[in-house]
Design a protein around this ligand. Structure first.
Ligand code: E4P
Length: 218
């Protein structure tokens, strides 16, 4: 299972990378805005900075909503760095652009996926990754994890190679449940990764080991 961090914050990206378990980064226009990254040149430079900070895939989202615009922006993003994956919204022109890029061997991440039907379309268009937003489904009292299971079943039925990138992950239980279902990737905040470290028995056990060592080794 790949772990991506869902942020445009370079410090958090570097912290996750230093842990040694990071496989990539996902960004979106809201996350870039949150870091105060504005203007075409600054945005492209920030994507480069992220690519240089991690070893894995970096999803960079197009802003255009028409096919020609998505193709133009996606080609510019893909040319920026080999780690870039072009992120496209799940709308008709996004599906067309996904097929265009997949035919050209350019990797894609189809985002804003909220149904099994949308995930099926993304796979048929040759998406590298499909991003179902499980946290946002939970937010509206819908079972986000059920959607991940449905997509897993559909992709396995037909051998689709599109990787399920469970997105909008909010906590460690989301990560664990995605792993149980067989999600290929998860993307969430740094806390959803570092939270996996925590167990009170680990802390008390280590404190005891160190205390016992100290008794015999003054
Ligand atoms: C996915 O790639 C999105 O950037 C992200 O996971 C959305 O998460 P949110 O619902 O926490 O904004």
């Amino acid at each position: 299972m790949k772990f991506f961090i869902d942020t445009a914050n370079l410090e958090q990206i570097k912290e996750a990378q230093a842990l040694g378990v990071l496989d990539g980064v996902t960004t979106n226009p809201s996350l870039m805005a949150k870091e105060g990254i504005t203007g075409a040149e600054n945005i492209l430079q920030h994507y480069l900075d992220i690519c240089n900070a991690v070893d894995g895939d970096v999803s960079a989202e197009v802003i255009a909503t028409d096919f020609e615009g998505m193709v133009q922006q996606g080609e510019e993003l893909a040319a920026l760095h080999p780690q870039i994956v072009v992120k496209l919204p799940m709308i008709a022109d996004g599906v067309k652009a996904c097929k265009y890029f997949s035919d050209k061997g350019i990797r894609t991440n189809v985002t804003l996926v909220f149904s099994a039907g949308q995930a099926l379309l993304a796979a048929k268009a040759g998406a590298t990754y499909v991003s179902p937003f499980l946290g946002r489904l939970d937010d509206i009292s819908t079972d986000g994890l059920h959607l991940i299971s449905e997509i897993r079943q559909i992709y396995d039925n037909y051998g689709f190679e599109t990787q399920i990138l469970s997105a909008s992950v909010r906590n460690t239980m989301h990560v664990i449940n995605c792993a149980k279902i067989g999600s290929d990737v998860m993307t969430g905040p740094l806390s959803s990764i570092t939270g996996l470290l925590k167990h009170p028995l680990t802390d008390s056990g280590l404190a005891q080991f160190l205390a016992d060592y100290s008794k015999g080794n003054q």
